[in-house]
Design a protein around this ligand. Structure first.
Ligand code: ATP
Ligand code: LTN
Length: 330
């Protein structure tokens, strides 16, 4: 039996956040020895919001450099750009025809993003999950590691795959979502009721992986808390402090109980400083590696070209099978 297959992706939409790192990339790194991993840079998905073309190119390199700087080894895992493997766009279209409008209109991400971009509610934003289903199903992925916000899309992928298999016989592996128990939903520092996100426009709301130590300390000091003054986990009533506790707990491997004991009798100032120092230390090696990689676009190009070749071999087999089953002449 070969290794089980993993596929996941990160959109090329800007500088990566601590949420992307904790909710997604840290797990990508952990899984690469045990699984056959495909980690994609979702640049086609990034088109659903208007982008500056030069920035979009640069953003794709940023995601690739972040993958490697976080510890993904390009000799073990396949790293590639979604746009380089044309089967993604093709299967995405096919699956559009096997996905219902009702299903798509229930997607939380669609509702959130259309509220945020009311002036550009395009068809791509709506059919985004069918393209994502194609990403996953092309590689016959067993597991899809993501943060909590993507679980609904993976569940829809399962429904689409089952529908297709029922009509045409076994074609796609039915994938499972893989969501970490803690850290799957890191919240904003200013708005701890909303998820930390790359495209947030609220100042000091997100920790970027490229932030300097001074910026991280400043953002932590400004993070919203509450008036109780006790470091205690209570997501409902103390979302700000609870979020910081989760971040601290994940990096240090401490439970919420242990953290409460550690900071007993201390105010929020001491706690926030410690959380900031912990994040800064965790990101130090990332920073060094990332800066080196971004100075070497030629190396990054080699990596994604090599990855695309390997990804295409797998993706083309699946698409060929799909086309044969549905009667499309290639
Ligand atoms: P955008 O703001 O452009 O929508 P994003 O920051 O939400 O981007 P994505 O590219 O959509 O990031 O997500 C990449 C991965 O990171 C996904 O697996 C997603 O679930 C995960 N992720 C994103 N934000 C968080 C978060 N705040 N906490 C945990 N995981 C997250
Ligand atoms: N939709 C995801 C990015 C993404 C993805 C995928 C994740 C695109 N294709 C396939 C897992 C599997 C997001 O917004 N984070």
């Amino acid at each position: 039996m070969g290794k089980k297959v993993i596929l996941s992706g990160i959109q090329a939409t800007g500088d990566l956040t601590l949420g992307n790192y904790i909710g997604a990339m840290k797990n990508f790194v952990k899984m690469q020895d045990e699984y056959d991993c495909y980690y994609m840079i979702a640049n086609l998905h990034a088109l659903t919001v208007r982008r500056n073309p030069e920035e979009l190119k640069q953003n794709a390199l940023k995601v690739l450099a972040s993958y490697i700087a976080a510890g993904i080894d390009p000799d073990k895992s396949t790293l590639f750009l979604q746009s380089q493997v044309h089967e993604h766009a093709e299967l995405g279209w096919v699956l559009d025809c096997y996905t219902y409008m009702g299903e798509l209109s229930r997607m939380t991400q669609f509702k959130d993003k259309s509220a945020k971009h009311a002036d550009n509610i395009n068809a791509g934003l709506f059919t985004y999950p069918s393209l994502m289903a194609g990403d996953i199903l092309l590689y016959q992925a067993d597991l899809v590691p993501t943060g909590e916000d993507q679980k609904q899309h993976v569940e829809l992928t399962r429904d689409i795959a089952e529908r297709f298999n029922n009509l045409y016989g076994d074609t796609f592996k039915i994938p499972e979502p893989y969501i970490p128990q803690i850290g799957a939903r890191i919240m904003g520092l200013q708005d701890p009721k909303s998820k930390m996100s790359k495209s947030s426009t609220i100042p000091n709301d997100t920790i970027l992986l490229i932030d300097t130590p001074e910026e991280i300390m400043k953002k932590l000091k400004k993070a919203v808390t509450d008036s109780e003054g006790i470091v205690r986990y209570d997501e409902e009533n103390k979302p700000g402090i609870s979020n910081l506790m989760e971040i601290y707990g994940i990096i240090t491997n401490k439970t919420m109980d242990e953290i409460e004991k550690e900071f007993e009798g201390n105010g929020y100032g001491t706690f926030k400083t410690k959380v900031a120092e912990t994040i800064i230390k965790e990101l130090e090696p990332f920073h060094k590696k990332y800066d080196e990689l971004m100075k070497n676009p030629q190396y990054l190009e080699e990596i994604y070209n090599k990855g695309a070749k390997k990804a295409s071999e797998v993706a083309s087999k699946t698409l060929k099978n799909v086309y044969e089953k549905i009667g499309i002449i290639k």
